[in-house]
Ligand binder design. Structure first.
Ligand code: FAD
Length: 390
């Protein structure tokens, strides 16, 4: 499936990422989950290995690789079954920072992007607010001009990497009374050592425990106007474009994480005996395993089709087809499919599947996020319907 897209260099990269995951993540899952945090050292090591900046241009500190390197990075992180750590690292490499690479100035690169790509600074993406999630245009956090600065007031919630971020790619209203309301949004790079900024509650979650998720408050925070990304009041368009990479990564992690669950489930079923034979030999389970792998292949094909289109779009945005519909379809299908697959695989494990000491209980909780975060399944359907003119 799109195998021809992977060159020997890609395969070598996958090997390096897998070794990194096996060394720096997998042995520490219990500790990261218990502490509800992925330590800063993991970001630093990922940055030092070049994994955070693969897809960025050399001018902003990256390696100028194609998007298939991001595909590999996301898939291998997902296969660790440490979804919180995977999400924290992917926010750093594929959610909070690509928009800086696309629109940033030398000041932005020097101050924010290069240190993020080396893992020296941790990044967060601040869009969601207590009163506005799916409806991004309804955000209320404001940035008002004052001389050469902006003064920022408001709150964000559910922000990944929120307690330890050094900066936030922050969505604000620079024209609160703009009509339509989406036309008054801007993106500002916000250093978290700015006076007036506080981290509120660290939020307790159903899953993804190894990532820190927080409420953030901004009270008269003064940041220089040169930290504005792109043009003032064009932020909504930038956010929607940036969402494409985030959603695609969501689809890829869903499909790859669920496939790894399937592989581990098959291994379990071959060793677990009931009534004198391995449970994988019962026809009902053989058929379920086949149903699941068929869904996994379908999801991976949708995600790879979207990745192929997105890669072409990143290389030549003027002439390539817009991948929004295909990315939304991949996110929709993979998120829902992963939940079905993980649920059935848990059943396959019997009582063991329900034990916290076994990986699948954690994956079951973690997988529930994917149809919510980065745009819900319902919002994906709205986007697809719009693109199809339905
Ligand atoms: C663990 C976690 C990490 C997150 N990390 C971040 C982060 O780093 N940065 C960030 O900015 N955000 C983050 N989010 C927020 C996430 O993107 C939002 O939760 C998501 O976009 C949904 O917004 P909401 O929670 O406000 O739900 P709502 O928008 O209130 O939606 C509630 C329900 O209504 C449905 N709905 C809404 N509008 C429509 C419609 N038009 N048609 C049909 N149904 C509709 C939704 O699909 C959903 O089922 C995170 C969330 C979680 C849970």
């Amino acid at each position: 499936m799109y195998e021809e897209r992977f060159t020997p260099e890609h395969h070598q990269y996958r090997k390096s990422v897998r070794e990194f995951c096996d060394r720096e993540i997998v042995p520490h899952i219990e500790a990261f989950e218990h502490n509800e945090l992925t330590p800063r050292s993991v970001f630093e090591k990922a940055g030092a290995a070049g994994f955070l900046g693969a897809r960025f241009s050399e001018a902003c500190g990256g390696s100028a690789c194609d998007f298939w390197y991001s595909v590999i990075w996301a898939e291998e992180l997902a296969r660790t079954h440490c979804a919180g750590t995977a999400m924290g690292l992917l926010v750093q490499s594929d959610m909070a920072t690509p928009v800086i690479g696309a629109l940033g100035t030398e000041v932005h690169f020097e101050e924010f992007l290069r240190p993020a790509l080396t893992g020296q600074k941790i990044a967060a993406l601040g869009i969601t607010e207590p009163g506005a999630g799916s409806d991004v245009a309804a955000i209320k956090t404001t940035a008002r001009r004052d001389g050469d600065d902006y003064i920022i007031d408001g709150s964000k919630t559910y922000i990944t990497n929120g307690t330890q971020a050094d900066f936030i790619t922050l969505a604000v209203k620079t024209k609160p009374d703009a009509q339509p309301n989406w036309s008054g949004i801007s993106l500002i790079l916000f250093p978290t050592d700015t006076p007036g900024f506080t981290v509120g509650r660290k939020l307790k979650k159903l899953g993804n425990h190894s990532s820190d998720t927080a409420e953030l408050h901004f009270d008269g925070c003064r940041v220089p106007r040169r930290f504005l990304l792109g043009e003032e009041n064009h932020g909504f368009i930038y956010i929607m474009r940036n969402f494409q990479g985030e959603r695609l990564v969501g689809a890829l992690t869903a499909a790859a994480g669920a496939r790894r669950v399937w592989e581990r489930t098959l291994e379990y079923g071959q060793q677990r005996f009931a009534f004198g034979k391995p449970i994988s030999k019962y026809q009902v389970w053989r058929h379920q395993l086949v149903d699941m792998v068929t869904e996994l292949d379908a999801g991976q094909l949708l995600a790879y089709r979207a990745a192929d289109l997105y890669d072409r779009y990143l290389k030549d945005p003027k002439n390539a087809a817009d991948p929004t519909r295909e990315i939304s379809q991949a996110k929709l299908y993979c998120a829902e499919m992963a939940q079905r697959v993980v649920d059935r695989c848990l059943q396959f494990h019997g009582g063991m599947g329900y034990m916290e000491e076994y990986f699948i209980a954690r994956v079951y909780r973690d997988t529930r996020l994917i149809s919510i975060g980065g745009g819900t399944s319902e919002i994906m359907k709205e986007i697809i319907a719009k693109w199809m003119g339905i």
